[in-house]
Design a protein around this ligand. Sequence first.
Ligand SMILES: Nc1ncnc2c1ncn2[C@@H]1O[C@H](COP(=O)(O)OP(=O)(O)O)[C@@H](O)[C@H]1O
Ligand SMILES: [Mg+2]
Length: 362
Amino acid sequence: MIGAKLKIALLYDVWNEDPVAAAAREDAPSAPKARKKNKKTKKVEKTDREEIFEALQRLGHEPSYFELDGRPTSLHSLSRCDADLIFNLTESFDGDDTKEMNVVAYVDLLGLRYTGAGPHSILLAQDKAIAKKIFAFHGIKTPFFATAYRGRIEHAHDISFPLIVKPAWEDGSIGIDAGSVVKNIKEMMERVQYIQDEFDSPALIEEYIEGREIYAGILGSYETAQVLPLVELDLSRLPEGTPKIASYDVKFEKNTEVYKLTKSQVAEDLNEETVKQLSDTALAAYRALKLRDYGRIDMRLAPNGDVYVIEANPNPWLASRQEFAMAGRASGRSYTELIGEIVELAMSRYPSAGLANAAATH
Ligand SMILES: Nc1ncnc2c1ncn2[C@@H]1O[C@H](COP(=O)(O)OP(=O)(O)O)[C@@H](O)[C@H]1O
Ligand SMILES: [Mg+2]
């Protein structure tokens, strides 16, 4: 496979944020899309696909873009896609990110080769309550929690304040802001209500873990998976009174003070034992959810040395400035090499016969 020139389609999702225009589409599905709200500015500045496109060109492949615009017609054209490999950058369908797994399942059903996690892993990781239950089975520490939806408690540990309340099904820090960390029943109930009203999602109520925020990028699948150098999001400079969390503004809103005060960098001051504990925990979480090719495990390192998994991210953001690529560089891989390795990891899953478009370049 190595050295073969591949036709690689970069699959990504866009959606129309204007409800009037969306309603005017002749073939807009009529079912309500409760979870679509509040996606407004999510990652609009995404440049990852251009960067990956260029990296694939440098590797000698033949990249192209394939846009899923949320309409059935884009699914129909995908069924006729003749690429050797889909580089999967989708995060939602028509703005509904609970449909990410459906897109992957569809690509899978079409028999197309694709990078990253399969539909089952996306489901397991996206439903944070399920992921936490699986972590517990494997003895991986994760904050105690409860879930509440429309007045029903689905599960409840004996938890104590402070707590963090977040949507059970979102990512990209959607619904996470300074009000997420709650100190009493009143604040908690208001926040649960907010999550329900804004996202029509169960609320995940977790014990708030004070500590350092550490990300482990992982490359590989199953037994070959390896942890890249750990990256820390330094939240220590956030103003007094602002909870030290990676809120939506911290992650994406470049013009906010909290964005400017926080910074990710390779964590170089951790001792060997702590690095091992963080890396082993991340690897166990990655394997427990059957992630593959590449992923990122978000953790908290408590002052007493305990390591908690906050969440697992299949197909994490690959922009060159983001934590995963940063970890790749720290491991000695250039951005291009990192992208090339993801392609090779994905391709190694499939028999090479039937590679209609691949021609040896040497
Ligand atoms: N239990 C927790 N304790 C402390 N901080 C948390 C906890 N859960 C989430 N956070 C903070 O909120 C951020 C976003 O939460 P996360 O579950 O990773 O959501 P997302 O999927 O949107 O990234 C985390 O990166 C962390 O800073
Ligand atoms: Mg996260």
